[in-house]
Design a protein around this ligand. Structure first.
Ligand code: ZN
Length: 692
C-alpha cells in the first residue's frame, strides 16, 4: 500500500490564490520591508471589509453582514498565522523579529475587532430565523465570544480590556521566544558518560579540539540522554539544563501574564480566568474541569503506584544501594524495565523507521483511511529550501488539470535548523472557504493550507534519520491536525474552517490517529529495515506494544500534574501565588519519583501561554479519541467503513457544529471514560497480546 497513494509529482503549483509573505511578488525573496508591506496590505483589506459591513443600511442579512465579518476574520487569521509561522521558522533573525512584531500588530487588530461594539450590534441585528445550522452556530458562537470579550461593558472597561489583552499578547510572545532562543548546553568531559547512548548518537557527537563533547537541550539531544544514558550524573545535568530553560526571565513574565488574565476575568464578571476560558468550550466551567480531573485521578492512582513499585524493585535489583528513583532517572529506568520485562529495547525498532520511509508510511496511511491522494509539488517555493510542498486530492480523481478535486495544500518542515522553533506542531495557514460546501463540484474561493513544523532526525544527505517509535506516533499525531485543517476546510465561512472547533476538541483528531500506529499490519507496510529492507517483524511489534502499554498510568499522572498546574495558576490570586511552591507540591501529589531541586520547568511550559488554564484538553481529548478508536474494527482498522464515517462526521464539519454533536454524530451517544480506563489498565503482562 505504501506507494499507491503517492502520485507522481505535479509540475507547477496552481495559480497563487493567496500570495504568501515568503514569496510576496513571485521573486521568492523576502525582506523586512516586503513582509511589512504584505501585512499592511492585508490589514487594509481587513479594514475595508469592516467598513463595508458597517456601511450597510437596511435589514441585516448573513450575506451583507456576516459575510463581511467573515472576510475580516479570514484576513486576520491567514495573515496572523503566517507571520507567526515565520517567527517560528525563518532562518534570518531580522525576519523572525519583524514577524514577531507584526504578529502582535495583527493580534491587536483581532482584539480591536473582538471589542468593536458597532460590529457586535450589526451581527446582533441578523435574524436567527431561517438560517442553516452552520450559519446559526457561527453567529451564536460569535456573539457569545463578543460578550466574553466584554463588548457589552462600558467604555472605560473596554479600553482597559484592550490594553490588558495587548500587553498579554506581548508577554506571551516574549515568553515563547525566550524558550525558543534559550538553548542550554551540557558539557561532557568524560566520553564514558555517554555509555548507553546509541551508536548514531555517538557518531553525531564527536569531541571538539579540547576533548569535550557539547550536548544541547534541543530534543534530539535531550530525549536520548534522558532515555538511554547510563550515567545518572549526566542525566541530572541534562534534566536541570532542560528544566531551567528561560529561567529566571520567564518567571516574572508568567506572573505578570497571570495578573493580566485575572484582571480581564474580573472585569468580565468571572471569579477567575479558568471560568472565563472554559465558558465557550465543551468543558464549560472550572468546576467541571476539577470533577473531570478527579475522575481521572481515581482511575490512574492504583495503576501508577503499581508501575512505580515494579520499576523500583527492578532498579534496586540492578543498582546496589539505590533507595529511590528521582525525576531525572525515571525515563531511564522505565526504559531499562521495559527492555528487561518485555524483552524490548526501543533502539531495536529504530532501524525500521528511517525518516523517509516513515513519511511515506504516514502519507500512505492517511490516504488509505481518508481516501485522498497526496501529490508532491516539485517547484513550489516556501520559506526554506528544505520545505516540501504537497497537494491533497480526492482519491481517484483522474484528471490532474481538474482543480475541483483539490482539497488542500500543505508544507512539511520536518528537521531541526538553527533559529527554528524546537517543538512539533501543526500550523493552519489559510482557512478554506468554498461556495457550496455540500455540492459535488464546489468552487473553492480559498484552498485550505497548513504546515507541519517538526524536529525529527534526518534531513541531511546520507543520514537515514532513524526515528524512535514515539517519533513515528508524533508524526501521525501532527498529521491528524493537518488532515483536520484540510478536510474540515471546505466551509462557507472561514470562521468555521478546519480546526475551528471548540479549543478542547482540537486534540481529538490527532490523538485518535496515534492509535493506528501500534498495529503491526500497518507498520509492516512501510517500516522496513534501512539496511536489509526486511519488514518489521510482528513479534517485535507485539513486544513493543506490550512495553508501550506499561507506563500509561504514569503518563496520565504526569498529564494530571501539568493540567492541575495550568488550572490552579489560573484560579489562584497571582499576587500571592508562589509558582515554585505550587509546582513542587503538585509534583508530590501526582508523581511518586523524587523531586529534584532547581526544576523550573514552568518557565519553559509554553502551553501556559497558548492554552492558559486549558491544558486539560490533552486528557479530555484522549478520553474522546480512545472512545472514537474503540469503534474501529480491531481486526482490520484500516479497511473499515468507519474511517470514512469518521471523515464525514468528525473531520469534514470543521467548526460548523458543536463538539458535543460531533461526538454524538460519530458515536451515536455521548462520550464515556470507559475506553480510557481500559486503556490505562490494558494488559501489559508478558504473554498477553495488546492487539487482537
Ligand atoms: Zn496536538
Amino acid at each position: 500500500m505504501t506507494d499507491v497513494a503517492i502520485q507522481p509529482t505535479v509540475s507547477a503549483p496552481p495559480e497563487n490564490i493567496f500570495p504568501h509573505p515568503w514569496n510576496p511578488d513571485g521573486s521568492g525573496s523576502i525582506s523586512t520591508a516586503s513582509l511589512e508591506g504584505w501585512v499592511q496590505a492585508r490589514l487594509a483589506r481587513h479594514q475595508q471589509a469592516i467598513d463595508r459591513l458597517l456601511a450597510i443600511e437596511g435589514p441585516r442579512t448573513p450575506e451583507n453582514t456576516l459575510r463581511r465579518y467573515d472576510e475580516a476574520v479570514a484576513e486576520l487569521s491567514a495573515t496572523g498565522s503566517q507571520t507567526a509561522l515565520l517567527n517560528s521558522v525563518y532562518p534570518e533573525k531580522a525576519i523572525r523579529d519583524a514577524a514577531q512584531d507584526l504578529t502582535q500588530v495583527i493580534a491587536q487588530a483581532g482584539v480591536a475587532l473582538g471589542l468593536n461594539q458597532d460590529v457586535y450590534k450589526a451581527l446582533s441585528g441578523i435574524p436567527l430565523d431561517g438560517l442553516d445550522d452552520a450559519t446559526r452556530h457561527y453567529l451564536k458562537r460569535t456573539l457569545l465570544q463578543y460578550r466574553l470579550a466584554g463588548v457589552d461593558k462600558d467604555d472605560a472597561s473596554r479600553a482597559r480590556i484592550k490594553e490588558l489583552q495587548e500587553k498579554a499578547t506581548l508577554l506571551s510572545l516574549t515568553f515563547s521566544r525566550n524558550v525558543q532562543e534559550n538553548v542550554n548546553t551540557v558539557t561532557v568531559e568524560e566520553p564514558a558518560e555517554l555509555y548507553g547512548l546509541p551508536a548514531d548518537f555517538l557518531q553525531a557527537h564527536q569531541a571538539g579540539a579540547d576533548g569535550k563533547i557539547t550536548l544541547t537541550t534541543d530534543f534530539p539531544d535531550y530525549l536520548p540522554v534522558m532515555t538511554f544514558a547510563q550515567s545518572g550524573a549526566l542525566r541530572r545535568r541534562m534534566f536541570l539544563a532542560y528544566n531551567t530553560r528561560a529561567y529566571p526571565q520567564n518567571r516574572q513574565i508568567l506572573l505578570d501574564l497571570l495578573a493580566l488574565r485575572k484582571e480581564v476575568a474580573t472585569i468580565l464578571g468571572f471569579t477567575n480566568w479558568a471560568d472565563l476560558a472554559t465558558a465557550d468550550q465543551m468543558m464549560e466551567s472550572a468546576e467541571n474541569m476539577r470533577a473531570f480531573l478527579d475522575e481521572l485521578d481515581v482511575a490512574s492512582k492504583g495503576g501508577a503506584e503499581k508501575e512505580c513499585s515494579m520499576i523500583l524493585d527492578f532498579a534496586r535489583s540492578r543498582q546496589q544501594g539505590l533507595e529511590a528513583i528521582d525525576a531525572s532517572s525515571r525515563g531511564y529506568w522505565l526504559e531499562q524495565y521495559r527492555r528487561s520485562a518485555f524483552e524490548f529495547d526501543s533502539q531495536s525498532v529504530r532501524p525500521y523507521f528511517p525518516y523517509d520511509r516513515v513519511e511515506q508510511g504516514v502519507l500512505a496511511t492517511a490516504a488509505r483511511l481518508f481516501q485522498v491522494e497526496f501529490r508532491k509539488v516539485e517547484d513550489a517555493q516556501a520559506w526554506h529550501a528544505d520545505v516540501v510542498t504537497y497537494e491533497v486530492y480526492e482519491q481517484g480523481s483522474s484528471n490532474r488539470e481538474d482543480r475541483t478535486t483539490l482539497i488542500g495544500r500543505f508544507y512539511l518542515d520536518m528537521h531541526p535548523r538553527e533559529g527554528k522553533d524546537k517543538w512539533f506542531s501543526a500550523h493552519p495557514l489559510i482557512p478554506g472557504v468554498f461556495d457550496h460546501p455540500e455540492g459535488e463540484h464546489c468552487a473553492p474561493q480559498q484552498i485550505p493550507e497548513a504546515a507541519l513544523i517538526c524536529n525529527f532526525p534526518g534531513g541531511k544527505a546520507g543520514e537515514p534519520g532513524l526515528m524512535q517509535h514515539s517519533d513515528v506516533v508524533t508524526y501521525f499525531h501532527e498529521f491528524g491536525h493537518l488532515m483536520h485543517a484540510l478536510l474540515g476546510g471546505h466551509q462557507r465561512w472561514a470562521g468555521l474552517s478546519g480546526i475551528a472547533t471548540e479549543g478542547d476538541f482540537v486534540e481529538v483528531p490527532s490523538q485518535m490517529l496515534e492509535e493506528f500506529f501500534r498495529d503491526h499490519r500497518l507498520l509492516a507496510t512501510f517500516a522496513h529495515h534501512h539496511d536489509t529492507g526486511e519488514p518489521i517483524p510482528a513479534e517485535l511489534v507485539m513486544r513493543m506494544n506490550r512495553a508501550g502499554a506499561f507506563g500509561r498510568a504514569d503518563w496520565v499522572r504526569t498529564q494530571l500534574f501539568y493540567t492541575t498546574y495550568s488550572l490552579v495558576t489560573h484560579t489562584e490570586d497571582p499576587a500571592t501565588l508562589d509558582l515554585d511552591e505550587l509546582f513542587q507540591s503538585l509534583y508530590a501529589r501526582f508523581l511518586p519519583y523524587t523531586w529534584i531541586d532547581g526544576n523550573r520547568m514552568y518557565a519553559s511550559f509554553t502551553h501556559l501561554v497558548g492554552y492558559s488554564s486549558n491544558y486539560y484538553t490533552y486528557l479530555y481529548d484522549k478520553v474522546i479519541a480512545l472512545d472514537f478508536y474503540s469503534v474501529f474494527s480491531r481486526t482490520n482498522p484500516l479497511d473499515d467503513s468507519t474511517s470514512m464515517k469518521y471523515r464525514r462526521t468528525v473531520l469534514e464539519p470543521g467548526g460548523s457544529i458543536p463538539g458535543k454533536q460531533l461526538v454524538l454524530h460519530f458515536l451515536g451517544r455521548n462520550q464515556s471514560t470507559d475506553a480510557f480506563t481500559n486503556w490505562i489498565g490494558e494488559e501489559f503482562q508478558a504473554g498477553a497480546s495488546v492487539y487482537d
